[in-house]
Write a protein that binds this ligand. Sequence first.
Ligand code: ZN
Length: 180
Amino acid sequence: MRHRSLPGVRGRVRPLTLLGDPVLRAPGAEVTAFGPELAALVEDMFATMYAARGVGLAAHQVGEPLRVFVFDCEDDEGVRHLGHLVNPRLVARDGVSVRGPEGCLSLPGLEAATPRYDRTVLEGRTVTGEPLRVEGTGWFARCLQHEYDHLGGELYVDRVRGWRHRRVMRQAARAGWADR
Ligand SMILES: [Zn+2]
């Protein structure tokens, strides 16, 4: 029987892009080639996500503005969701909007209460080009919406309003990496 290795073990940990890096604001390009280069990118993204102890990572965060993200995230029932999505499109986003604590590997150490829908459905492709539908609720739905936003050049802080927004941006400025 062939041993199927865990995602990321063959990947290279890449430097993370941080708030202020223009790549994070670039609209992600659709992936057109489902070959070894894409597979290697996804492996690197898993390795980078695990090294940073994240639950999701978009290609923008390793410097590639492409429509790809990876995740290893639990929902509110404790069910683990591990996977990736290429060229996802938002099929549904509904349920109640819940404000919950959210952070991002591109704004290390920071967190802000961010409104997200309780349920999300995305449809895209796997790394080999197979169609894939991913549905999430609770914390996992939050994770999917967060990563999906990255692909459009958006960050969670864009969805935070009022004093919460001012506070997190002030903290980012103090953190020293925001102006890089
Ligand atoms: Zn993020």
